[in-house]
Design a protein around this ligand. Structure first.
Ligand code: MLC
Ligand code: AMP
Length: 503
């Protein structure tokens, strides 16, 4: 036995003095230092009583230490469960309970709120802040760095990442060692990453993009990362001259293009810009090339599947498309109901099969079965067609999902909360064009007879219950919701009616 993920990504760097993570004058950590820290964290986890196969939920600011917790989990055979820092306590409570996490690691500032939640769920709680301080760090400081690598099968879990669902209940996508390593290998090859690369990492590390696409790829390639805590335009512009590559969501690129400092000179030395997690408008792609001379390489993926397609490194990076299936990944476009492949050029749902595709949803065998075809293809819910040269062109989504600045927001989750508020009869939540985030959330409510509509009051009621980024940018009231003859709310009409509200 071995530990595929640790042996592939981390072990080769043991003892290496090469810089792995750095950020201006704030920190600089070699691979050896990072792995020593991870070893000490593994020992601390053992002291807390965390065993292989257990889950650890982590909701902390991005830092080298937080990434080292991921490395420690892999080494100890523990399942890593990173959580968006914007999630509120009630949201975290669901993830901790559902996953049965035995340890919650949070920022010291949220410890008071999360401790009772952890206790109720029978989990230990430790703190870690963005500077690597906290009760976990105190425990870690007392440990040695030596730690045996725990054996894992390639189909064992490495991580669970929660994704919201169309029913409003979040599902934990179970990702195995094989899923993560196969995808990292494919991306390193396709995008030609080497130890000479320096990646500008300004993405959060609680999602597939920042954690697996960016960090796993750089670990496998043996490169370095400028590891910034958030996307800050000034800091990104300052760092660009020192990197060879950057990965971003489209909002990163539209924000850069809106800044006159972002020009050809600043990025003339760059090797690669990639974009994903949300659609990159063809006009952004074209404007980017005109400004910088670089063509952004757009790729497409999902939490459940890791990366699925990518535009070619050498061939034409075609605006408005996400390219071709990655090596070993099969992609087909099918009719939603029958599952029959559509004729070339016709629109259907993207289905995917390969070593990248997850093992299923944590403790939800029925939900898992619903989203797979009998022959093992996973149904993504994304609508697309192959263009005349076989590039996948995403044209929309069959699932009722809003993607705002690269974060997913499921309308159902918000509608369920809105419908419970006093005075609200019913609601419909839609995504409309947003100048900065691509899509923004608009909530449409119908009030009960005699109840009055107060936008600030409704917004206030949502505030403590759901992450800020999911909250509507605007709440509007209508006398009734448009419905078709079957009684189904016609969200397309609402999207049209409010198309200019956030643009
Ligand atoms: C922040 N806010 C958002 C938001 N991000 N609102 C809607 N959508 C978003 N994405 C809100 C905050 O709640 C706050 O609201 C206000 O904007 C300012 O917050 P901020 O934290 O200062 O925002 P900012 O730093 O500007 O963040 C924007 C961003 C960030 C684009 C940099 O959202 C981001 O890093 N996005 C990347 C997401 C990502 O990594 N996705 C990958 C998923 S994996 P208020 O009301 O308090 O003012 C995946 C698979 C794949 O999809 O294929 O990769
Ligand atoms: P998540 O569940 O957060 O992993 O988000 C996955 C979803 O993001 C996919 O199902 C797509 O809808 C969307 N997505 C990812 N990359 C792209 C892209 N390049 N273009 C359009 N949509 C994308």
């Amino acid at each position: 036995m071995a530990n595929l993920l640790f042996d592939s990504l981390f072990k080769p760097h043991e003892g290496s003095d090469k810089i792995f993570l750095t950020n201006a004058d704030k920190f600089s950590m070699s691979y050896a230092e990072f792995l020593e820290l991870a070893g000490r964290i593994s020992n601390a986890l053992g002291e807390i009583g965390v065993k292989s196969g257990d889950r650890i939920a982590l909701q902390t600011a991005k830092s080298p230490h937080a990434l080292a917790v991921y490395a420690a989990c892999v080494r100890s055979g523990v399942v890593f469960l990173p959580l968006n820092t914007a999630y509120t306590a009630p949201e975290v409570e669901y993830f901790v309970r559902d996953s049965g996490a035995s340890l919650v690691i949070c920022d010291p500032g949220s410890a008071a709120e999360l401790r009772p939640i952890a206790e109720q769920a029978g989990a230990n709680l430790q703190t870690l802040d963005g500077a690597g301080q906290g009760s976990l760090a105190d425990l870690v400081a007392k440990q040695t760095a030596d730690f045996e690598i725990v054996d894992r099968d390639e189909d064992d879990l490495a991580a669970i990442l929660y994704t919201s669902g169309t029913t409003g209940r979040s599902k934990g996508a179970m990702l195995t060692h094989k899923n993560l390593v196969s995808n990292a290998r494919a991306l390193v090859d396709c995008w030609r990453f080497t130890a000479d690369d320096v990646l500008l990492h300004a993405l959060p590390i609680f999602h597939t993009h920042g954690l697996f696409v960016a960090s796993n790829v750089m670990l496998l390639a043996g490169g370095s990362m400028i590891f910034q805590p958030t996307f800050n335009l000034d800091a990104v512009i300052d760092a660009l001259p020192n990197v060879t590559s950057m990965m971003g969501v489209p909002t990163f690129y539209t924000r850069l293009l809106a800044d006159p400092r972002f020009d050809r000179n600043l990025v003339s030395h760059m090797r690669l810009f990639t974009s994903g997690s949300a659609p990159l408008l063809a006009e952004t792609h074209i404007e980017f090339e005109a400004r910088t001379g670089h063509r952004i390489l757009e790729r497409y993926g999902m939490t459940e599947t890791n990366m699925i397609t990518s535009n070619p490194y050498d061939g034409e990076r075609r605006a408005g498309t996400v390219g071709f299936a990655l090596p070993d990944v099969e992609v087909r476009i099918c009719e939603s109901d029958s599952g029959k492949e559509v004729a070339s050029g016709e629109i259907g749902v993207i289905e995917v099969r390969g070593p990248n595709v997850f093992k299923g949803y944590w403790q939800m065998p029925e939900k898992t079965a619903e989203e797979f075809r009998d022959d093992g293809f996973f149904v993504t819910g994304d609508l697309a067609k192959f263009d005349e040269d076989g590039y996948v062109q995403i044209v929309g989504r069959e699932k009722d999902l809003i993607i705002s600045g690269g974060y997913n927001i499921y309308p159902k989750e918000l509608e369920l909360l809105l419908d419970e508020l006093p005075g609200v009869l019913e609601s419909a939540v839609v995504g409309v064009p947003h100048a900065d985030f691509g899509e923004g959330v608009v909530a449409v409510v119908v009030m009960q007879p005699k109840a009055s509509f107060d936008e600030a009051e409704l917004a206030g009621a949502l505030r403590e219950r759901i992450a800020r980024f999911k909250q509507p940018k605007q709440i509007v009231v209508l006398d009734e919701l448009p419905r078709n003859t079957m009684g189904k709310v016609q969200k397309n009409l609402l999207r049209e009616q409010f198309a200019d509200l956030l643009a």
